[in-house]
Write a protein that binds this ligand. Structure first.
Ligand SMILES: [Fe+2]
Length: 272
């Protein structure tokens, strides 16, 4: 959900609305009723244009990811059978997750309230939207959509260490209050959304906000970015700006390090 660098000065209607806080898709919704989960999810009646938007986005991002995204991400996308052919069916993805890591998928109507979000994570349920951005928003959308949720987030949830970390994150977040809530939001930003991982073959991407954004994929591994070592104490204090390409990122050495590092930090501050 980050800007294409070429669009720095162009403010779309949605972006303006989001800045003013009036794009309804950007306002977190409190879930009044249970949302459809796993087998309860139905496949929407997508238009041809929506299917072709998926194809464009899928092909454009996938072209950049080999050699840039980490192996765990690429393998996850393969495990989920993501392809250009068709917008994936959340129910099918849910079944694949369930077999690999015990997670399920729930279909949510948009950005949801953090309490609902953490509650779902704690239960090992990943909330996903099932609508796709419009043709005019292919480069940038301020709101969540299925391309970000599925293509960005889901591949790594097939990785056991990452899945275990994410469940722990939901658990800790439900207990966190005050400054710890803010710390967790920052931690989420620099790992789940914008994380990098050091591999023997070089620096690689795993954050959903990077893999699902054309501008970020080109920016993240460039010399415009200062990469810092993973250190939960430092991450939670790091400032960031959601509206611009990221100048500072953090790199983990492994998903095991992410899981253990988060666990130790959360225990230290008393939320696990
Ligand atoms: Fe995200």
């Amino acid at each position: 959900m980050t800007k294409n660098p070429n669009e720095e000065k162009i403010i779309s209607a949605y972006e303006k609305a989001a800045q003013d806080g009036i794009d309804p898709r950007c306002i977190p919704q409190k879930l009044e009723n249970p949302v459809p989960e796993h087998d309860e999810i139905v496949y929407p009646d997508y238009t041809e244009e929506e299917q072709s938007n998926w194809k464009i986005l899928y092909n454009r991002q996938m072209k950049f990811l080999p050699g840039r995204a980490c192996e765990e991400y690429i393998e996850g996308a393969r495990n989920l059978n993501l392809s250009e052919d068709k917008i994936p069916y959340l129910k099918n993805l849910s079944h694949i997750f369930y077999n690999l890591t015990g997670w399920k998928v729930a279909r949510v109507p948009g950005l949801i309230h953090e309490q609902d979000f953490f509650e779902l994570l704690r239960r090992k349920v990943f909330p996903s939207t099932d609508y796709i951005r419009s043709r005019e928003e292919l480069d940038y959308t301020p709101a969540p959509d299925l391309f970000h949720d599925i293509f960005g987030h889901m591949p790594l949830l097939t990785n056991k260490n990452f899945a275990s970390f994410y469940q722990m994150f939901g658990d800790a977040a439900l207990k966190a209050e005050g400054i710890n809530r803010k710390y967790l939001e920052t931690f989420h930003w620099f790992t789940v959304e914008f994380g990098l991982i050091r591999k023997p073959e070089g620096m690689r991407i795993y954050g959903a906000g990077i893999v699902s954004s054309l501008g970020e994929v080109q920016n993240a591994l460039s010399d415009k970015v200062e990469v810092k070592d993973f250190d939960p104490e430092k991450i939670v204090e790091q400032e960031y700006d959601v509206w611009h390409l990221q100048p500072i990122l953090f790199a983990i050495d492994s998903f095991q390090q992410l899981e253990n590092g988060f666990k130790d930090w959360a225990k230290k501050v008393g939320i696990l």
